[in-house]
Design a protein around this ligand. Sequence first.
Ligand code: SF4
Ligand code: SF4
Length: 110
Amino acid sequence: MNELKKYHEIPIGGTVITKDVVQPKTGGWRMGEKPMVNLDKCVNCLICWLDCPDTAVLAEGTDFFGFEYDYCKGCALCAEVCPTDAIVMVPDDQEVPEYGRMLNGGPHEN
Ligand code: SF4
Ligand code: SF4
């Protein structure tokens, strides 16, 4: 069996410098639906934030905040994993409050 190389013998690879990365606006690929949240049902578990493949779920500190639609492609994973059914998918052309935030059935802007 070949002997493993020492770390300093391995060729240097590429590095992605995150400050230089342009995040593609995947919201342009949305598939007909987008998420909206009923904040009165949200328990701030942040499972949706962890599972969103496009970092479109926003948090403020340790609290769930809402959705950044520029980066949301409407995959519905967030709604699927939400343990309290706080997230609902609505038609893409439906008017929703900024960041998709609803409270007690009405828009919640702050
Ligand atoms: S639908 Fe939810 S999980 Fe999917 S991209 Fe949008 S915010 Fe993220
Ligand atoms: S998964 Fe549901 S309950 Fe948890 S933070 Fe997201 S919206 Fe709130």
